[in-house]
Write a protein that binds this ligand. Sequence first.
Ligand code: FE2
Length: 295
Amino acid sequence: MLDIAKIPEGWYRICKIPRRESEFAEEFNLFGGIVRVSNSHHSGPKPLDSTLPRWSATFQKDQTRKPKALTLCEKPPFLLAWFPETTTPNFDIVPLSPLIRDHWSAPFHLRWIVKSNLLEIAENAADMGHFTSVHIYKEHAQLSKFLTEDHKMSVFFKSARRILGIRVPVEIELHYQGLGWVESRAKSPMVEVHVVYTPTPIDSSHLEINLSLSFKKTRNPLFNLILRLILPWEAGRDYQRDIPIWENKIIHQHPKLCSADGPILKLRRWANRFYSPRIEGNSALQDRVCRLSEL
Ligand SMILES: [Fe+2]
């Protein structure tokens, strides 16, 4: 049984990597406590793949407890932290493609505070039925592939939607690395879009959701300008349709599902590994615990 009141372990976006690195020191209300991030030139947690100056971060549950160091890594444009601070990272985030790259638009960022939890959000990826009833897809979403491997989950589906008033087929991929880092690729004859979607727990029942979207530029500068104006508005409007549903859903451990619901239970079995207690230093035993919990 998944305990959704618990914050699952994994990598989570804390903030954008500050431009003025040497002067940075900020606090964030995250993970049910306070995360303090600062630039550090003294011994602190080592970023995994940093090419920038070192950052250090601590997590303090409340005033009665000592701050504890968080492990950080940089995935431009974001600084990520591993949570909980009591475990060491057992996977790394490998972005499918950089968010900032040649021939693609600069990313734009949208943000929401949502009363929900990471499992609810993740179940959206497998819920094929809701793409037409909640979003503006014009054909029932056809699941092509659903893959899980260790900390990764991928969903591939096809549908159709209107872009600038024209109905076009779309192929969509959603790639999860843990529950805090999601990338999607959407391809249509009109535009190719890359989204990095990072829900970070504020506490056990609230999330700060950041959506960063860029599109592949076409050879037509006027069309690129139209996309730059339309896509943020369109993406924001579409994602917001989920929010009232997330905020009012109730988790049923044994839901009654129909064929259109998609592989919800497979997704929960995969997600369970992030909610399961981990036994540090014994990976073989940990694997066994994960396998047993999937039975
Ligand atoms: Fe959705």
